[in-house]
Write a protein that binds this ligand. Structure first.
Ligand code: GRG
Length: 307
């Protein structure tokens, strides 16, 4: 896959390369997460079991893989960004546990298994989410995990992750999503919700890798915007899958009165917007050579994923 030459649907050969790449990186992330959060033998075993239950329940590891691929795209090594990749997956896991809670989306299942609160009770699920979020920043700020890194870059990434997942990012987007439930939502507000509740974490996943891999400011900006466009496309596809997989005209989100792309723009326009966003994401990578091929393939995968 050479820079500038891309087709949005991945030919079989490209798909095989992507699958092998994702599997290798997934295993690397899983090994690191196992070391970061091993089973606890003592009085903490209950909460650690709840944390590990969702952390190791079959996630695709899309965000940490983006972090590693972005470090490689700018000429660095994935390992240079591994602690940040793991911290981001810990944060993603917390967000899923809290998103499923009875007072939020009230989902009994996640990845085909009982959701965290159904398994461990609501209080434990809240604590497990809180502890995963806090653990992420313990990992980010543990100097022993960064033997070769420039401390200024690590500090920058820790600050940018905090901003992306807090009130100015993921939590802000999720809050507006919840308070807009059952109300008419204008397209600009829908973009705000999706850009923050989902795309902000995907954007910083890519950006963190580019920073820690030693990218120039222009490379970091391009990869960050690649991540933002891919992240927004990811949430639109999620909305479309919700409609198509529910087997009804209205998906589960619409039944909850949630603001979704298909609800506001219709299915066809939502598909067109996805393609446009992925094209914009790929255009951001036009200045990169083959080192950015995994990022190109991931963007195409996001557009056409079926789970
Ligand atoms: C409850 C106000 C409040 C804040 C907490 C819960 C939360 C912060 C944010 C939720 C954001 C959220 C859950 C967005 C949905 C993003 C999404 C589509 C997740 C699914 O991602 P995948 O498919 O998951 O990558 P896997 O299972 O592969 O890990």
């Amino acid at each position: 896959m050479s820079a500038g030459e891309h087709s949005l649907s991945l030919p079989e050969e490209e798909m095989l390369l992507l699958t092998a790449y994702m599997q290798e990186k997934q295993e690397q992330v899983d090994r690191a997460l196992e070391e970061i959060l091993p089973p606890a033998p003592d009085c903490l075993s209950d909460i650690v079991e709840a944390m590990r239950y969702t952390l190791f329940s079959g996630g695709k590891r899309l965000r940490p893989i983006l972090t590693l691929a972005s470090a490689e795209a700018v000429g660095g090594r994935g390992e240079q960004a591994l602690p940040a990749a793991c911290a981001i997956e810990l944060i993603h896991t917390y967000s899923l546990i809290h998103d499923d809670l009875p007072s939020v989306d009230n989902d009994d299942y996640r990845r085909g298994k009982l959701s965290n609160h159904k398994m461990f009770g609501e209080a434990m699920a809240i604590f497990a989410g809180d502890a995963l979020l806090t653990h992420a920043f313990m990992v980010m700020t543990d100097a022993r995990r960064w033997p070769e890194a420039d401390p200024a870059l690590v500090l920058r990434v820790a600050g940018e992750i905090s901003r992306a997942v807090g009130v100015e990012g993921m939590v802000g987007g999720q809050t507006v999503d919840i308070i807009s439930q059952g109300r008419e939502v204008k397209p600009s507000l829908l973009d705000y919700i999706h850009s923050n509740k989902t795309a902000a974490l995907i954007r910083i996943s890519a950006k963190a890798g580019a920073i820690l891999g030693g990218g120039s400011e222009e490379e970091v900006r391009a990869i960050s915007d690649y991540g933002g466009n891919t992240g927004l496309a990811f949430q639109i596809v999620d909305d479309l899958l919700d409609v198509s997989q529910s087997g009804e005209a209205e998906g589960g989100d619409q039944q909850l009165g949630k603001a979704t792309y298909p609800a506001v723009h219709g299915v066809e326009k939502s598909r067109q917007r996805t393609v446009q966003l992925i094209e914009e994401a790929l255009a951001e990578l036009s200045g990169f050579g083959p080192s950015a091929d995994p990022l190109r393939r991931i963007a195409c995968f996001v557009a056409f994923r079926n789970h």
